[in-house]
Design a protein around this ligand. Structure first.
Ligand SMILES: *[C@@H]1O[C@H](CO)[C@@H](O)[C@H](O)[C@H]1NC(C)=O
Ligand SMILES: *[C@@H]1O[C@H](CO)[C@@H](O)[C@H](O)[C@H]1NC(C)=O
Ligand SMILES: *[C@@H]1O[C@H](CO)[C@@H](O)[C@H](O)[C@H]1NC(C)=O
Ligand SMILES: *[C@@H]1O[C@H](CO)[C@@H](O)[C@H](O)[C@H]1NC(C)=O
Ligand SMILES: *[C@@H]1O[C@H](CO)[C@@H](O)[C@H](O)[C@H]1NC(C)=O
Ligand SMILES: *[C@@H]1O[C@H](CO)[C@@H](O)[C@H](O)[C@H]1NC(C)=O
Length: 364
């Protein structure tokens, strides 16, 4: 097998301030987009060189990673504060023991990295046991290590070079959800899968946010380039103007969440009920507001409580637990007296949208 550890930037976001953007390309929630050319991640590639691999599989690994990283335009450490968007790649191989062939900053260019892999991934060695496969239940067990990395925001991508179902599911358990692959000895397919995985890893949110995806409860459902964060504003009845400022104060460029579809509404609801379950939320501010004598909902989606909007309810809106019946069905309504919860959104980082970056401490 081989594993790719992706270390993300510290999650801070940009500078200028705005409320609800009024240009049309923000009326939909964009998918995570990316271009491998502009990738900016720190990556550690970890490759099994024991006889659990064949030479052909090792060459496949070599070809695949040289194609994937050969497509990245800025490779190796760059001098801050020059454009810091670059990808650094290190290589570890293991058999009975692990060998660090190159640290992150060893390769100053793709050519350097290419030489590292040409020199390190030539043939499998004579060891027939592997560090990872020996580990289960011992201090070498890779599962806790992978969990620790994942809990620290590292994305673990695995590629199982085997058709053994048991081994595949063990290897899968090391990966971040949606980031495990099986090598079918088809280089172009694997290059595509890894490229997409890296682009997806580069599309991330500030640490305190969740990334909007098709289904809140499904880790592998389609991700969007939108980050959602719920807050409880304590200390007084602040109202809507304060809620708007609150978003931008917490995360620059963040604004009260847009609900332009039922799907987004459901996501926000499930997220808020989950995050604030200890306080059983009954309402939270969202971004719907009244401009130019009409409600601002360009996609025509609406979710008003029965009888709303009334001609006098021209202020801001909350999503409120329906009082018409006892079900947990949140509908739009004008704010009640005490509304402390609010939900903000901000654009995620991506290969095409750079936000403040500083390297995370390498655990190797
Ligand atoms: C790992 O390396 C240590 C020290 O070099 C050695 O004693 C040990 O036998 C090696 N283990 C395997 C499985 O190769
Ligand atoms: C691995 O190597 C050891 C010692 O060389 C040998 O006894 C064992 O049968 C080998 N196991 C496999 C699965 O090839
Ligand atoms: C390899 O995968 C690609 C899809 O990425 C597919 O079009 C092609 O037919 C596959 N080749 C083989 C030999 O299976
Ligand atoms: C989660 O989403 C993925 C991608 O849409 C889908 O393939 C998978 O079946 C979903 N899982 C569940 C449990 O719904
Ligand atoms: C808004 O109008 C409704 C009737 O249309 C009325 O019952 C309600 O009291 C009014 N609310 C305010 C804040 O004026
Ligand atoms: C509760 O009210 C909502 C909105 O009016 C409606 O969609 C839903 O079906 C109702 N649920 C029940 C159990 O009556």
């Amino acid at each position: 097998m081989f594993t790719v550890f992706v270390f993300l930037a510290v999650r801070l976001l940009g500078v200028t301030s705005s409320t609800v953007p009024l240009n049309s390309d923000v009326y939909t929630d964009p998918r995570c987009q990316g271009n491998i050319k502009n990738l900016w991640l720190d990556i550690m590639v970890v490759v099994d060189k024991s006889q659990l691999m064949t030479n052909a599989q090792l060459w496949q690994v070599r070809n695949t990673i040289s194609q994937v990283f050969g497509a990245v335009s800025t490779f190796g450490p760059t001098k801050y504060p020059a454009d810091p968007r670059s990808t650094c790649v290190g290589l570890v191989t293991y058999d009975g023991n692990a060998t660090v062939n190159a640290q992150y900053d060893t390769s100053k260019s793709f050519n350097d990295f290419y030489n590292v892999i040409q020199g390190s991934l030539v043939s499998v060695d004579s060891t027939n046991s592997s560090y990872l496969s020996r580990g289960t239940g011992t201090s070498l067990d890779p599962v806790p290590t992978a969990n620790r990395l994942k809990n620290n925001g590292v994305i673990v991508i695995t590629v199982a070079c085997t058709s053994d179902k048991n081994a595949i599911s063990k290897i899968q358990s090391l990966a971040s959800p949606g980031y495990s692959f099986v090598d079918e000895m088809n280089t172009s397919q694997l290059v595509k899968q890894l490229t997409n995985a890296l682009l997806s890893a580069n599309c991330f949110c500030p640490q305190e946010s969740v990334q909007y995806k098709d289904d809140y409860f499904n880790e592998t459902s389609t991700k969007y380039g939108i980050c959602v964060t719920g807050y409880t504003a304590t200390g007084g009845s602040y109202g809507y103007p304060h809620a708007m400022e609150w978003c931008d104060y917490e995360i620059k460029n963040s604004y009260l969440v847009s609900e332009f579809s039922q799907n987004k509404h459901e996501f926000v609801k499930n997220y808020m009920l989950d995050k604030f379950k200890y306080m059983k939320p009954t309402a939270y501010y969202i971004g719907l507001h009244y401009v130019d004598n009409q409600w601002f909902n360009p996609n025509g989606y609406s979710n008003w409580a029965p009888g709303y909007p009334q001609s006098n309810s021209t202020g801001q809106v909350i999503a409120s637990q329906a009082w018409t019946n006892g079900s947990l069905n949140y509908v739009w309504a004008p704010p009640q007296v005490f509304d402390f919860l609010l939900v903000c959104q901000v654009q995620s980082s991506s290969t095409e949208y750079y936000t403040t970056y500083s390297e995370q401490e390498s655990p190797f």
